[in-house]
Design a protein around this ligand. Structure first.
Ligand code: ARG
Length: 293
């Protein structure tokens, strides 16, 4: 870039003071209707099998989430739910998909182990090459594509050795981030990729080294408050402009709006009883064309 092409200082100041125009792109999501949703075991601190779960409310809320995505112009595919797999609704954990290839999941908890094969078969039938993993990884729960890098969580579920596996498979740089609070057991409960090189995260959920990394890489990140993380507000789904977010996360929604994003509140209170929010329900398959919405 030549000196003349740089914006004048005055124009530059105006641009940085105003929220950027955010451009949404059309996404393809894979989801699984919570027809067999229940909390029958506890594999994270959110789950309490002694508390009642209203499955019909979960279904209503999930249907609304799907309608929200479709209303935004996104494509939603659905895998058949299977009895006896109450967490199968959390599709994000089933794989990490990038450039038409996928690393299949290998679940840390035996309660979810059978989901891996079901999702792998679905993805293969959809024409996606799925690599079987060597190490434990819980898909997009812990592996998030941010621009050209992959932010990779570990500490509770995904084995850090799988991060090298992801790097080898994708040829991308993988940044290991260590989670330290059991309530934020997957990276997508503590960090949200917004698009445009921007993220939101809860610093307290990470160890010191990871916090340093995040602060250095994302000096302009939105730092979430505990109150928003505690309602799984960071478990949000952005298309670059529209951010589908748990409705209780009001401060985070306001912070997003101030940065030029369009927060779209949804109610997923029933699914939160299993420790999941919008992002957990949503496996991104790619497809980044402009939506114009
Ligand atoms: N009950 C599920 C589990 O503990 C919830 C998974 C949430 N998924 C996510 N991407 N954070 O595995």
């Amino acid at each position: 870039m030549t000196a003349q092409m740089l914006p004048s200082p005055r124009r530059w100041r105006r641009q940085t003071l105003q929220p950027a125009a955010r451009i949404p792109t059309r996404r393809r999501y894979l989801m699984c209707r919570p027809e067999h949703f229940a909390v029958t075991y506890a594999i994270n601190p959110w789950m309490d099998p002694s508390q009642p779960v209203d499955r019909s409310a979960a279904l209503r809320q999930w249907d609304e989430l799907v309608a929200t995505y479709r209303g935004l112009g996104h494509e939603v595919l659905a895998v058949d739910p299977v009895p006896g797999l109450p967490d199968m609704v959390f599709a994000a954990n089933a794989a990490f998909v990038i450039d038409g290839i996928a690393l299949g999941a290998r679940f840390a908890k035996r309660e979810r182990a059978d989901e891996a094969r079901l999702y792998r078969e679905y993805l293969q039938a959809a024409g996606i090459t799925v690599k079987k993993p060597t190490y434990v990884n819980e898909g997009e729960g812990d592996l998030l594509l941010e621009s050209d890098v992959i932010l990779a969580g570990t500490g509770f579920r995904t084995d850090a050795r799988s991060h090298d596996e992801v790097a080898a498979l994708t040829g991308r740089q993988v940044v290991t981030l260590r989670l330290v609070d059991p309530r934020y057991y997957h990276l997508d409960t503590a960090l949200c990729v917004l698009g445009d090189g921007q993220i939101a995260y809860l610093p307290e959920a990470f160890d010191g080294e990871s916090r340093t990394q995040l602060a250095r890489r994302y000096p302009d990140a939105i730092l979430a408050e505990v109150a928003d993380a505690e309602v799984l507000g960071l478990n949000a789904v952005s298309d670059g402009r529209n951010v589908v977010i748990n409705r209780e996360a009001e401060n985070l929604a306001a912070a997003l709006a101030a940065r030029g994003y369009n927060p779209i509140p949804v109610d997923l209170s029933e699914l939160r009883k299993a420790g999941g929010g919008p992002k957990c329900c949503t496996l991104e398959l790619g497809g980044f064309r402009p939506t114009g919405r």
